[in-house]
Structures are given as structure tokens and as C-alpha cells.
Design a protein around this ligand. Structure first.
Ligand code: PMP
Length: 298
């Protein structure tokens, strides 16, 4: 791989030179938005969907992104090309930009736009083969009417608190409940519960981010003829499920084999989870924005 180059406000700069001001309100207040995107064999998976979500998040916080969606598409593709990346992870960040120490975003005339494309440390193979244990945590999901989980903002403290609780309990991921006690999602992934032929994932309105992977899995499940639903999920539903799995850009589809000490199903990744993981892995290499001409890939 070539020396890593970061897109920073219209230029490609070396990683060590990719710096932003400590007065950036993204740094001071978490004021900004971001996306995490995957490239598979030179195809950017669902780039349009990720960018639409980015622009909607920015709109929700009245942050103007100084590029059109088409321009941003070209920037992402160009960043991947500059780094000669075939498989990897893209982090796109738009922060409010540098201002003064006050809260007022009006003191930040110019947002910072950053695109990082790099190789991804994949989740260990054993995690997919064995599944993972998780817990539910005391930290509740931000209420949608307070800070919408649909806004993928730089304020990820809600999620970080969940991750800290999980790690203190000796597991790597956890489920957040909403203020009514319904299951919403993990700290960085959506959750699906399988019972018989029925697959359920919590509706976005209950406090789950509308994940791009989640949507792809819903489509695949419907195509494969499963009874796919978006319905409220309780902890009891999770405990007595045949299968539970998490979905996300980084995790893809990962089986959960234990929740709060309750063994899920037979304690190993279930057949529906395995089918969906397999179908998803086939989908990602054929779907998405092509970065290179054919000959580069072969
Ligand atoms: N929920 C949260 C809170 C997340 O941060 C993510 C990762 N973006 C997801 C779910 C999964 O979304 P996606 O499939 O778009 O990565």
C-alpha cells in the first residue's frame, strides 16, 4: 500500500500532517457528524446511503457541508484511489470547525472535512465461528426527542459509556435499552432476534440507528423468504430467542451466543445467522460504488 494520504479540506496530506485546530468545536463539544464505510474488493458498499445519512445528520444539526453529495462521492472514491486501497475502512468526518471557546457555532465559519481510508483490523475469525457473549447495560439509549440516534454525531458518549460498562463486565459489546426498557441496539451495531422463521429487529423509532448493514440484512432476509419484522423487542425476547446477531459496518453480521448469562439457542452461531452472514459477504463484493477499472482488481 502507498503511503497513507488523508483528505483534509480539499487536499491530500500525509497522515502525520493531517491536523486540525484544538479550537475545532468537534474537539471542544463533539459538534460534527461522521460516517464509517467499508470498501470490499474496490467497491464502496452502499456509499450513496452512507452519504445520504451523513448529509441528513448534518442537516439536523444545521451544519453545512461545503461539498455536494456528488462531490463528496468523488472525494471518497479519490481518497481510496490515492491510497490504492482495495479492502478497507473509510472514516468521513465533518466537524463544525475552529471557532472560539463559546458554544456558539456561528463562531465557526469553516467546517473541517476529513476522509481517512485505511486497512481495517478485521474482527477475529473466532468471533464469527464461536459467537460472542454480551450483556444489557444500565446506560439507556439517548431518547430520540433529546438527541436523535439517527444523527450520527461526533458526540458518541452514550455509546462509549455502554462500551465501558461492557468492558468492565468482561465482554466486548452490550445492548442498550430505551427509556421504556425496550431493546434498542448495541454501542455500535444493530441487533436482530430470530425465533423460528421470524426475524425481528427494533424499529428505528425506538432509538436504534437505521444502520446501513441493518437495512441490507432486512432486504436479504425478505428476499430469502423469512418473516422479517421491525417490532419492539424486550429483554425476554432476546433471552428466549433461537438466535441473536448484531450487524454493523465493522462487525458485518456477528452471532451473539450469550446475553446476561442466558445461553442463546444452542450456544453456537445459528443457521439463519450463518446464512445471512454468508449472503451479506456475497452482496458486499458485488454491490456499491466501483473505485477502479476492472483490470486493477483482477
Ligand atoms: N448503531 C450505532 C450506534 C452505530 O454507531 C452503528 C455504526 N454506524 C450501527 C448501529 C450500525 O450501522 P451501520 O450498519 O450503518 O454501520
Amino acid at each position: 500500500m502507498a503511503e497513507q494520504l488523508i483528505f483534509l479540506n480539499g487536499e491530500f496530506v500525509k497522515k502525520e500532517d493531517a491536523k486540525v485546530s484544538v479550537y475545532d468545536h468537534g474537539f471542544l463539544y463533539g459538534d460534527g457528524v461522521f460516517e464509517g464505510i467499508r470498501v470490499y474488493s474496490g467497491n464502496v458498499f452502499r456509499l450513496k446511503e452512507h452519504l445520504v445519512r451523513l448529509y441528513e445528520s448534518a442537516k439536523a444539526i444545521l451544519l453545512h457541508i461545503p461539498y455536494t453529495l456528488e462531490e463528496m462521492t468523488a472525494i471518497v472514491v479519490d481518497t481510496i484511489r490515492q491510497n490504492e486501497l482495495l479492502d478497507g475502512y473509510i472514516r468521513l468526518v465533518v466537524s463544525r470547525g475552529p471557532g472560539n471557546l463559546g458554544l456558539d457555532p456561528a463562531s465557526c465559519p469553516k467546517p473541517n472535512v476529513v476522509v481517512i481510508a485505511e486497512q481495517l483490523a478485521l474482527f477475529p475469525k473466532e468471533m464469527y465461528e464461536a459467537g460472542i457473549p454480551i450483556i444489557t447495560v444500565a446506560t439507556r439509549r439517548n431518547r430520540p426527542d433529546v438527541l436523535s440516534p439517527q444523527v450520527k454525531s461526533l458526540n458518541y458518549l452514550n455509546n462509549i459509556l455502554v462500551r465501558i460498562e461492557a468492558q468492565l463486565a468482561g465482554v466486548s459489546e452490550a445492548l442498550m435499552l430505551n427509556d421504556q426498557g425496550y431493546v434498542t441496539e448495541g454501542s455500535g451495531d444493530n441487533v436482530f432476534v430470530v425465533k423460528g422463521n421470524k426475524i425481528v429487529t427494533p424499529p428505528a423509532s425506538c432509538g436504534a440507528l437505521e444502520g446501513i448493514t441493518r437495512n441490507a440484512i432486512i432486504e436479504l432476509a425478505q428476499k430469502l423468504g423469512y418473516d422479517m419484522r421491525e417490532e419492539l423487542v424486550t429483554r425476554h425476547d432476546v433471552y428466549v430467542a433461537d438466535e441473536v446477531f448484531l450487524t454493523g459496518t465493522a462487525a458485518e453480521v456477528i452471532s451473539v451466543t450469550n446475553v446476561d448469562g442466558r445461553v442463546i439457542g444452542t450456544g453456537v452461531p445459528g443457521p439463519i445467522t450463518n446464512v445471512l452472514l454468508d449472503e451479506f459477504r456475497q452482496l458486499v463484493v458485488r454491490d456499491g460504488e466501483k473505485v477502479y477499472e476492472e483490470e486493477k482488481i483482477s
